[in-house]
Design a protein around this ligand. Structure first.
Ligand code: PLP
Length: 408
């Protein structure tokens, strides 16, 4: 039997959780926006800058070699973490948004034609919608959407009918950042593959929260952000299956991505460096590898179980608050609980919570079409991570009960 995880000791790695906000002990429930960082990540950044800092790849000196080894080592670590066949399938980016823009601009720009269709869902974050709108406008491709049911799940009974011959790519989120819905990624990728359609999985809300393996899931692209999984901001990755990545043209030009340049034209490196023009976020990549190490030290299955239990407990605690309506599926979900309450705008409710030291997020969560689908101006969202506790959930319920009286 695996040793019992000492969650209290792990929480001690995050002194920021002992801060106060508005004079009240902080409850940080905004983890879907960004997570806190443990000392292991901060130490890795500091160690790199103190001892190994140099530019990568082009240097013929010891420090540059060390920096390059650390940077490329981080790529190996990310590849292993997502189950890629090789590190050359991992492109470092600024995060999920940039990863999806890379696919839209490079793959989409190279291979989409007028009349082609990109299939998305109604629950996509703007970062898995706007890049496709941009490339559709440039290429004449069209967008199509899998609808969302009232319970916050995808209308998968319609999927096969939507996967027609014109569809070239199905891009969808693994976990909805507003509803918490966990989409059955493996099944969706298999159904798309059977129809000859490539798949892109937005793993922004899953990569740090649950076991995830691109070859088991069977996706062609996967995008995620380091800062939502204990890593620094400004770093993330794109996984792309090598047969596809090798055919994709560059999307940004500059140093580091070329093999030879004349005044008229250039030739380009192989992936992944073809897609990493300019000096990369070396420290960020090293910090991301440290975050992965830290998460793996706890175990993704243990994190998933912890988060799931906390989320069900939160739903249970919030359900009996007068006027509270919980969004999303009743069953298994990601570490996210979205809700609305009568007589209170989400911004007002979130500001009320903040006055009591409770950090929630209120608004459209970059999900404007989804909010419109549910006839809402926005929602309030509590999102959890492994360092959060049942006591914090109980305090949230108390604060929201006070809010119920305040906004009655
Ligand atoms: N996709 C989903 C589902 C998200 O929740 C987010 C961020 O909240 C993103 C994409 C964008 O991530 P980033 O801003 O780190 O690029």
């Amino acid at each position: 039997m695996p040793a019992k995880t000492d969650w209290a000791r792990i929480r001690d790695d995050f002194p920021i959780l002992q801060e106060c906000a508005h004079g009240q002990p902080l409850i940080y429930f905004d983890n879907a926006a960004t997570t806190q960082k443990p000392p292991a990540v901060l130490d890795a950044l500091r160690r790199y800058y103190e001892h190994d800092n140099a530019n990568v790849h082009r240097g013929l000196h010891e420090l540059s070699t060390r920096a390059t080894e650390a940077y490329e080592g981080a790529r190996e670590r990310v590849a292993e973490y997502v189950g890629a066949a090789s590190a050359s399938e991992i492109v470092f980016t600024r995060g999920t948004t940039e990863s999806i823009n890379l696919v839209a601009q490079s793959w989409g720009g190279g291979f989409l034609h007028r009349g082609d269709v990109i299939l998305l869902t109604e629950m996509e974050h703007h970062s898995n919608l706007v890049p496709w709108q941009l490339i559709a406008a440039r290429t004449g491709a069209r967008l199509r959407f899998v609808p969302v049911n009232d319970d916050g799940t995808l209308a998968l009974d319609q999927l096969d009918a939507l996967l027609t011959g014109e569809v070239k790519l199905f891009a969808f989120t693994h976990v909805s950042n507003s509803l918490g819905t966990i989409n059955p990624a493996r099944e969706l990728c298999a159904r798309a593959r059977a129809a000859g359609v490539l798949t892109l999985l937005d793993a922004a809300q899953s990569a740090g929260h649950m076991p995830l393996d691109v070859r088991q899931i069977g996706c062609d692209f996967l995008a995620f952000s380091g800062h939502k999984m204990c890593g620094p901001t400004g770093i993330g990755a794109l996984y792309a299956r090598s047969e596809i990545l090798e055919q994709m043209p560059p999307w940004h030009g500059g140093g580091e991505m070329i093999t030879s340049v004349t005044l008229e034209q250039s030739s380009y490196k192989k992936p992944p460096h073809r897609f990493e023009a300019g000096t990369p976020n070396i420290a960020g990549a090293i910090g991301l590898a440290a975050a992965i190490e830290y998460i793996e030290g706890i175990g993704r299955e243990a994190i998933f179980q912890h988060d799931s239990q906390l989320t069900s407990y939160a739903m249970q605690c919030l359900a009996d608050i007068p006027g509270m309506r919980l969004l999303g599926p009743a069953g298994e979900r990601g570490a996210i609980v979205g809700f609305v309450r009568e007589n209170a705008h989400p911004h007002d409710l979130t500001t009320f919570a903040d006055q009591h030291g409770l950090a929630l997020r209120g608004g459209h969560h970059c999900n404007q079409p989804l909010m419109r689908r549910f006839g809402l101006p926005g929602s309030t969202r509590a999102s959890f991570y492994f360092y959060n506790t049942r006591e914090e959930v109980e305090r949230m319920a108390d604060i929201l009960r006070k809010a119920a009286r305040f906004f009655a």
